[in-house]
Design a protein around this ligand. Structure first.
Ligand SMILES: [Zn+2]
Ligand SMILES: [Zn+2]
Length: 314
């Protein structure tokens, strides 16, 4: 029996015209977006920082055009939030839900821009002849270099606080995209590393918190960059939170806190240490020192944020 092949008479069901994974993905996206639309009706989404009502369907894609020039081009194009989902093209896309921020607060995240210290990437007010901050000139860090995507000030400061202390694990999606945008903007050579290693928490603190925020960031990076994740460090000595201590105390507090996990062979390996925040650098320095003593050839550090120290602003 011959069928009429005109599109008007084409009775081929939708799923037969799509590859199975696309069909499955489309159905999943329809249900996901319908669920978000219903949630919007019951619980209108608010910005995590300023509590402004978030728009489910932004009228203009991306950031406000008048604010766009303040971001480096790679970061502008790299921010995936505030635009309709190109994959689904559905009317119920809820991009603001994924970032959790209004466009105004998203724009207020301060990315780390040059000139910064070539060793720790702390921002420099002026590019000195050594291109190093005063801390790195006086105290040689154990890591080879650090890459830090953003400056630790509001609104990122309060977001990191929610991420670490208020079970805000969903923020890992936003933070992951911010870090990836930073990597792309500065063409950072991440493929030089053999492993990605998260800064570990002490088991007691892990049980209290229920997750390790550095591991959430490191896991997403490992998947995106296709670099193996290895938990080859453990924190075997319980230490008071670094956040509660003065700068000088942090170096003694963290001393000897890490050791190599089991029989991980890291001799001759290049390792990327991942953490959420670099303040004095004491924690990543101690972890890098432990890895170097165990034979690591190169240790780089990647963090979401860095605090500009008063001494390095000059
Ligand atoms: Zn806001
Ligand atoms: Zn430095």
């Amino acid at each position: 029996m011959a069928y009429n092949c005109s599109p008007l008479y084409n009775r081929t069901p939708l799923h037969a015209t799509l590859d199975f994974p696309d069909y499955y993905a489309t159905i999943t996206l329809v249900f996901r977006d319908l669920t978000y639309a219903l949630l919007d009706l019951v619980y209108p989404p608010q910005c995590l920082v300023c509590r402004a009502k978030l728009l489910s369907r932004p009228s203009a894609p991306g950031l406000c055009p008048s604010l766009r020039p303040s971001l480096p081009s790679g970061l502008r194009s790299g921010l995936p939030f505030g635009r309709p989902s190109s994959r689904s093209g559905l009317p119920f896309s809820r991009p603001s839900f994924r970032s959790g921020l209004c466009l105004f607060c998203l724009e207020r995240i301060h990315y780390n821009t040059p000139p910064f210290c070539l060793k720790c990437s702390r921002p420099l007010a002026h590019l000195n002849p050594y291109a190093h901050c005063s801390d790195c000139l006086t105290k040689e860090p154990a890591f080879d270099f650090a890459w830090c995507a953003c400056l630790y000030d509001d609104p990122l400061k309060s977001l990191i606080h929610q991420f670490k202390y208020n079970q805000g694990t969903f923020l890992r999606h936003l933070f992951h995209h911010v870090i990836i945008s930073f990597i792309k903007t500065y063409h950072l050579d991440t493929q030089q590393f053999d492993f990605i290693v998260p800064i570990p928490l002490h088991p007691t603190r892990y049980r209290e918190r229920g997750y390790n925020q550095a591991e959430l960031l490191a896991g997403a990076l490992a998947r995106t960059l296709t670099i193996p994740l290895k938990r080859c460090l453990i924190r075997w000595r319980y230490t008071p939170s670094q956040a509660l201590l003065a700068q000088k105390e942090r170096w003694t507090n963290i001393s000897g806190a890490f050791k190599i996990n089991g029989h991980n062979n890291i001799r001759g390996k290049a390792i990327l240490l991942v953490d959420d925040l670099l303040t004095t650098g004491a924690t990543v320095n101690e972890a890098a020192s432990t890895l170097k003593e165990a034979g690591a050839r190169r240790v780089g550090v990647l963090t979401l944020a860095i605090t500009p120290l008063r001494s390095t602003r000059e």
